[in-house]
Structures are given as structure tokens and as C-alpha cells.
Design a protein around this ligand. Structure first.
Ligand SMILES: Nc1ncnc2c1ncn2[C@@H]1O[C@H](COP(=O)(O)OP(=O)(O)OP(=O)(O)O)[C@@H](O)[C@H]1O
Ligand SMILES: [Mg+2]
Length: 269
């Protein structure tokens, strides 16, 4: 199963991805998190990893060769079995070379790529690699791929969602976030992915939660559970600490039930 987490910049996508991964792991799933956001550096510590994996963009030979490599395969490196993983029609998560995936307690992390230098060029090759990776990676019944998507909606234009089972949005209490959730719902259905609704995040009072829920539902976006604003999440992010699910365990279980129900529903529903 493949699940994408989308939303506005800073709304809490990476936080929700880490909470989702922890809950899926608790339910006995093997989870592979894909950091598809080249400007997002903190996911590895949120997941409790000591360091990030090498970016897949390096495995693919860098931005310039990515289009050619994905089209023709690694013909020049045919004897290099590690590199040839990405050129296959499909691969399993445990076939990824060790340096490109970090595992801790049944949760793994893969990073598509990062911007390292000024004027390096646009993010399109990363979108291509994200899309191809998601298309080719095979998941068994007990396995879930969770994508921490870049902010906004450009990735829909690059077709990143075409092979995912469900898209979920993170919505914080702002009109920008709510209108973006509405757009993402429409774009997900155009991409052929099922839309699981919006998790509310950074909800600092019941009143704010009710208003955010109402604003989403008036736009036809199903509101899932609400993650409260937690000071320790903010402090943990400042200190680079792993995320602790315990204080929000009930809210996380609730949205995970919802997203699994949507992602596991028979195709055509
Ligand atoms: N429920 C919450 N309570 C308090 N702080 C939160 C909560 N959720 C997220 N944050 C904080 O908000 C900031 C942004 O969160 P996060 O990095 O998860 O967002 P994002 O959508 O992934 O951002 P980006 O678009 O930059 O990737 C972080 O400092 C994080 O610690
Ligand atoms: Mg992020």
C-alpha cells in the first residue's frame, strides 16, 4: 500500500508522517517513509534515526542523468547490481542498497534528493524520480510506503500520485491551508488516487478545531481527527528529537483507521 501526505508548507506534513509511521509500525506493518521534499531536512530525527540515508538522486547518477537513466536503464553500469535497482520495472524495498535506506525498528527512510548548491536547477528531476520510485516499488500486504510530499500541488503536475492508493492532507487552522486541501482533493481524484480526507493539526482550542472542521467540510473535504498544538512537538523539532506519539495516540489511531479504510477499499469504490 502507498499513501501520500500532502499539504501547505509548515502545516505539519513531516510530523504527521512520523506519527503515521509509528502507528503503522505498532500495528505490525513494515513502513518505508519516502522523503520526497528536497527542502525538508528534519524527517530522519523525527523518525528516531541517527542520520539520513544517501539521496536516491545520487544512486540515479544526479539530476542530469535521471531522465536518461530512467528511460534506458543503467546500460553503462550493467555490472553494477546496486544501481540497476532503479532501472528495473519493479523492485522490493529490501532490494534497495543499504546506503540509500536507513532502518530503525521496522521503519525505513528513503530520501529522493536535496538541493545542495545555489542555482542547481529546478526540482523537476526529483519529481520524476519520486514518480518512478513510487511506480516501481512493490509493497507486500504487510508493507506500507508513506510519502512525505513537498508542500503545495506541483507534484500533481509531475504525476507523482499516479501510483499511490490514497492521499491525505494535513490542514492547519488557516484559510490558505483549507483552500489548498480542497484543491488537493480535486487533484487527487484527477490523478486516480483515493482521497482520505484532512487531518487537522496545530489545533490549540476546541473552538479553533470546530471552526477548522467546519471550513473543511463546507468545501467538501472530510475532516479526520485533530492533533492538538503540543509545545513538546515544537521543542522536539528545535532540539532535533524523535517524535513521541504517546500524547496524541488516540488522535493518531483515529486518522490511521480512516486512511487505511480508504486505502484498503477495493478498487472502484
Ligand atoms: N501539533 C503540533 N504542535 C506543535 N508544533 C507542531 C505541531 N505539528 C507540527 N509542529 C511544528 O511545526 C513546524 C512544521 O512542522 P513540519 O515540519 O511537520 O511541517 P511540514 O508541513 O512538514 O513543513 P515543510 O513544508 O517545511 O516540510 C515544526 O517546527 C513542527 O515541530
Ligand atoms: Mg516537511
Amino acid at each position: 500500500m502507498k499513501i501520500c501526505i500532502c499539504g501547505k508548507g509548515g502545516s505539519g506534513k513531516s510530523t504527521v508522517v512520523a506519527l503515521l509511521a509509528a502507528e503503522l509500525q505498532r500495528r505490525g506493518k513494515r513502513v518505508l517513509v519516502v522523503d520526497s521534499d528536497e527542502s525538508n531536512a528534519g524527517l530522519y530525527w523525527m523518525l528516531g534515526l541517527d542520520e539520513p540515508p544517501n539521496p536516491l538522486m545520487e544512486l540515479a547518477g544526479g539530476k542530469k542523468s535521471i531522465q536518461r537513466v530512467l528511460r534506458t536503464g543503467f546500460t553503462e553500469d550493467a555490472d553494477d547490481r546496486e544501481k540497476s535497482v532503479l532501472a528495473r520495472d519493479e523492485f522490493r524495498t529490501d532490494e534497495l542498497p543499504d546506503a540509500y535506506v536507513q532502518w530503525a525498528d521496522g521503519v525505513g527512510l528513503v530520501c529522493i534528493g536535496k538541493i545542495h548548491q545555489a542555482l542547481e536547477g529546478c526540482a523537476c528531476p526529483m519529481g520524476v524520480l519520486s514518480r518512478e520510485f513510487l511506480k516501481k516499488v512493490r509493497t507486500d500486504d504487510d508493507e506500507v510506503v508513506v510519502v512525505d510530499m513537498e508542500a503545495g500541488v506541483e507534484h500533481f503536475g509531475r504525476g507523482v500520485e499516479t501510483s499511490v492508493d490514497a492521499v491525505m492532507v494535513v490542514a492547519e487552522p488557516s484559510l490558505e491551508s483549507v483552500t489548498l486541501a480542497e484543491r488537493i482533493k480535486a487533484l487527487a481524484s484527477q490523478a486516480g488516487a483515493r482521497f482520505a480526507g484532512a487531518v487537522l493539526n496545530k489545533v490549540s482550542s476546541e473552538k479553533i478545531g470546530a471552526q477548522l472542521r467546519g471550513a473543511l467540510e463546507r468545501r467538501g473535504v472530510q475532516a479526520l481527527s485533530a492533533i492538538p498544538f503540543r509545545q513538546e512537538f515544537l521543542l522536539g523539532g528545535l532540539e532535533g528529537k524523535a517524535l513521541n506519539v504517546e500524547p496524541v495516540a488516540d488522535e493518531v489511531r483515529s486518522f490511521v483507521d480512516s486512511i487505511l479504510a480508504v486505502a484498503e477499499a477495493p478498487k472502484g469504490n
